[in-house]
Design a protein around this ligand. Structure first.
Ligand code: XMP
Length: 523
């Protein structure tokens, strides 16, 4: 079988906020790529046998004392290199050109005039005998510029602020561009990547989810052989796709465990069980540990304490279930590529990963190997993979749901009654958001049960009941988020339905805080 990683692009990360976007664009062109720290060394780069190398942007300046630099032998390997922003400045600096601070920082959209459209700018503007030069809109974000190109380079584009906005070496192996083709504000960016990948690096579009399934199934089969795999299924996108993919490879040698911790949403356990048992025929153990979790949480109000208890209990339940089945050799997990990059990136293991995001982590005293079939994929690729595996949009487009579940949305002490109140309110929020067609574009939308009571009036009677907070945010990765500008009418419907239909709630408020400085969850 052909290895789908054979034609690889390496992206050297110099710490740009856009590095992951570069990788996603390359993948969109169906070419496999990996992000590596800029200082992995020339030998490691050669071992990887890349068909091309991309140098990312960076918050640094090449002439600063601590600038991240590389060995200039990189440019002598005969491998095509595309330097983006800082990457172009670095290429210039190391090959004998001059980079200096520009009088004016250029940030935002700019018109790029193309002076030579033979290589990376091939066919990206319409040709007409009436127009003598061609321009496209690009996104600029830089404070330095190229004063003098290195020997042997020619200018291939310019803008008002950047006399050299793109350049290439005469042998058409080394390219530098000052703008960012990876962001959506450069509409022709993807065409520029395609030109670089297909025409310059001679890559073919091999990286498809169909070929990934084929490759991955073979890979899992050959690792697992006739041994046994377990997987903790939460019903979320990542664990679900992992389970279905591993099942495709080894069938009944996979056993999934679904733990009902009593902190799930309305009817969630039933739905997950029926989808995986009936549609996918996956061997699935249902551990109803509701009682156990709620007992352990009794009297606990501190959010971190809740998380620790839930995490510990989850591992205990999982281990017990695994032992009952006679143990296992491999544990399948839905780790994604961004998690892998976080721990190896330029910035080192990121301080922003919170321990609480590892709730439901690894069992403690069991010996097993890990299978992480999604560790090369971005979230959007996981959804495409799920499609390829015939999974429904219902599963693939589920909004993220935290491991500790409703325990961190019932503020204060978690009790059966308060969970039930929240469940009913939350179901209305989801139903209305879906009905309004907003479910996919919103990152997360849910209800929170506040630890206060408020006065109301219903009919002729004064009430003194609970308050629900609505939370809906837009985000791309959960690291930052904006409160969603939901239509007033929709807010109105949600509020009046909750107050009328959920006995015990007499007030609904909308949370209009963004992250940072707030967080998405309230606890
Ligand atoms: P915050 O509240 O930190 O949440 O802005 C960011 C994202 O992480 C989810 N979240 C968690 N996920 N265990 C999880 O598995 C947790 O303890 C946890 N806390 C927050 C949250 O839902 C959001 O998507």
């Amino acid at each position: 079988m052909r290895d789908i990683h054979q034609e690889k692009i390496l992206i050297l990360d110099f710490g740009s906020q856009y590095t992951q976007l570069i990788a996603r664009r390359v993948r969109e062109c169906r070419v496999y790529c990996e992000i590596v720290p800029y200082n992995i060394g020339i030998e490691k780069i050669k071992e990887n046998k890349p068909k091309g190398i991309i140098l990312s942007g960076s918050p640094s300046s090449v002439y600063m004392p601590n600038a991240p630099l590389i060995d200039k032998k990189l440019f002598e390997l005969g491998i095509p290199v595309l330097g983006i922003c800082y990457g172009m400045q670095l290429m210039t600096h190391l090959l004998g050109g001059v980079v200096s601070k520009s009088a004016k920082r250029e940030y935002g959209k700019a018109e790029l005039v193309i002076d030579d459209d033979s290589d990376i700018f091939k066919d990206i503007t319409h040709h007409s005998s009436l127009i003598t030069h061609h321009s496209i809109t690009v996104w600029m974000s830089h404070g330095d510029r190229i004063e003098r190109m290195p020997e042997g380079f020619i200018k291939i584009a310019h803008s008002d602020n950047s006399p050299v906005a793109a350049m290439n070496s005469r042998d058409s192996k080394l390219f530098g561009i000052q703008f960012h083709p990876e962001v959506v504000h450069t509409p022709k960016g993807i065409e520029i990547f395609k030109n670089f990948l297909y025409n310059i690096c001679r890559c073919s579009p091999l990286w498809t989810m169909a070929s990934f399934v084929e490759y991955s199934v073979e890979d899992i089969k050959s690792r697992v052989k006739n041994k046994r795999v377990m997987c903790a299924l939460s019903g979320g996108v990542d664990s679900s796709v992992t389970a279905v993919l591993v099942h495709r490879a080894i069938g009944d040698r996979l056993t999934c465990v679904f733990v009902n911790n009593g902190l799930l949403r309305k009817e969630e356990a039933d739905k997950v069980l029926s989808v995986f048992r009936n549609n996918f025929h996956i061997k699935l153990i249902y551990a109803n540990a509701e009682e156990r979790f709620l007992n352990k949480l009794r009297g606990i109000t501190d959010p971190e304490e809740k998380r620790k208890i839930i995490g510990r209990e989850f591992i205990a339940v999982f281990e017990e279930e695994a032992k009952k089945t006679g143990g296992f050799d491999f544990l399948a997990q839905g780790t994604l590529y961004p998690d892998v990059i976080e721990s190896t990136s330029f910035k080192g293991p990121s301080a922003t990963i919170k321990t609480h995001h590892n709730v439901g982590g690894l069992p403690t005293d069991m010996e097993f190997e890990l299978i992480e079939p999604l560790r090369e994929l971005f979230k959007d690729e996981v959804r495409l993979l799920g499609k390829e595996l015939n999974m429904s949009d219902d599963i693939l487009w589920r909004q993220p749901f935290p491991g500790p579940g409703l325990a961190i949305r019932v503020l204060g002490e978690v009790t059966r009654d308060r969970l039930e109140l929240l469940r009913n309110a939350d179901a209305i929020v989801l139903e209305e958001i879906k009905k309004a067609g907003l479910y996919r574009e919103i990152w997360q939308s849910f209800a929170v049960l506040l630890p206060v009571k408020s006065v109301g009036v219903m009919g002729d009677e004064r009430t003194y009941e609970n308050v629900v907070g609505l939370r809906a945010v837009t985000s791309t990765d959960g690291m930052t988020a904006d409160w969603a500008k939901l239509p007033y009418d929709l807010l109105g419907v949600i509020s009046s339905r909750i107050i009328n239909e959920v006995k015990g709630i007499n007030r609904v408020v909308y949370d209009i805080s963004s992250k940072p400085p707030s967080t998405i969850e309230w606890e």
